[in-house]
Design a protein around this ligand. Structure first.
Ligand code: SF4
Length: 359
């Protein structure tokens, strides 16, 4: 797709803006351009001031490119995060000069994040970002101790926040225009009162959890409350595999698979992390994987070994300066795939970090 990322020619007459007026490189757009081009798009990134163009000249330049989508920022780079000028006249004037020649138009920037409907109304753009996301914690620490988990150096005793404090934070985020939350607990534990309270609020959210802790009825409740993403630890394809990893899990492998499938009925994205262990029967494993895929469940397989995991310490003791290289080499020696989302064969660390550690 042809996409124009436009920093319009700013002017500040009679504005209350108090920021620096010096020219700045449009860093945010620069980062977007790299990502879009990597994804195969054709990108034009004109900057009104740096290119010395009037709003009309800028609009003509964009029109010559004939984009399918034109993205315009509502605040200049230097003001983006703090004292953005409140008025939206410059992006509006640019859009008027473009006069429908830029394809679909999208406004990005602080105005659309805070007041999306008002901003669209003022600007006449087709889209503004819908409520950006936020991370929320219900608990901290780890209630379990699985042998492969990167836990030793980062995670301590499990403790949980009181429900009123969580809801106060969620309501404040909603009031700020956010509608997409990620619960970033190590393990989001079932707690009926929270999904019940979230169901009454206009939010979508993702969780990271252990599927064996959730009964079907609670999974339904999670989906009905707005859960759109579950990253579920299974960590061990067989009862024996889970026991080897100190997973205190009472559910059978078939029961876990059924719960994943059940979750997928009401939650659009479900990812399982079932870990390969020596002795897994390849045919049984392949059949289970096919069933999971048919039900629309993604799998990470295996979880890469971390120097902070009990498994690493069991193999090599305390991590030294070569610990990350050693763990990666160990993984690459055993597996050539690490999950359904992986597109390329993983490379050794030395290759990936050639710029960090020149030979
Ligand atoms: S693997 Fe999951 S359940 Fe096990 S210790 Fe780590 S975070 Fe907790």
């Amino acid at each position: 797709m042809r996409i124009a990322l436009v920093n319009p020619t700013w002017s500040f007459e009679n504005s209350t803006d108090c920021g620096c007026r010096s020219l700045r490189l449009p860093l945010e757009f620069g980062a977007c351009k790299v990502l879009l081009e990597r994804a195969g798009h054709d990108v034009l990134m004109p900057d009104g001031a740096l290119d010395g163009l009037s709003l009309e000249g800028l609009a003509d330049r964009v029109a010559d490119f004939a984009p399918a989508m034109t993205v315009v920022t509502t605040a200049s780079t230097s003001l983006f995060r703090r004292c953005a000028q409140p008025e939206s006249r410059v992006p509006r004037a640019f859009l008027d000069a473009l006069a429908g020649r830029g394809g679909r138009t999208v406004a990005v920037g602080p105005h659309g994040s805070v007041t999306p409907a008002t901003t669209l109304g003022k600007l006449g753009f087709d889209r503004a970002p819908e409520g950006p996301g936020a991370e929320v914690e219900v608990s901290r620490g780890r209630p379990y101790s699985c042998t492969f988990c990167a836990e030793i150096d980062f995670r301590d005793k499990y403790r949980r926040r009181a429900l009123p404090a969580i809801l106060e934070e969620v309501d404040r985020l909603i009031a700020q225009g956010l509608s997409d939350l990620s619960f970033i607990d190590e393990i989001f534990l079932p707690r009926r009162a929270l999904p019940e309270a979230l169901a009454a609020r206009a939010v979508e959210f993702g969780v990271r959890t252990r599927i064996d802790l959730w009964k079907p009825g609670m999974l339904d409740m999670l989906g009905a409350a707005g859960c759109v993403s579950i990253e579920a630890g299974v960590e061990g394809r067989t009862e024996g595999g889970r026991a080897m990893r100190d997973k205190t899990c009472r559910a059978s492998t078939d029961d876990l698979a059924l719960r994943l499938v059940h979750a997928r009925r009401s939650v659009p994205f479900v990812q399982a992390n079932p870990i390969k262990v020596a002795g897994d029967d390849p045919e049984t494993v392949a059949a289970r994987r096919d069933r999971r895929r048919a039900a629309g469940i993604r799998a990470n397989d295996p979880v890469p070994l971390s120097p902070s995991s009990p498994d690493y310490r069991r193999l090599w003791g305390e991590p030294d300066g070569e610990a990350w290289e050693r763990a990666r080499a160990h993984d690459l020696g055993q597996f050539d795939r690490f999950g359904d989302g992986q597109e390329e064969r993983p490379a050794p660390l030395r290759e990936l970090e050639a710029a960090c550690c020149p030979a």
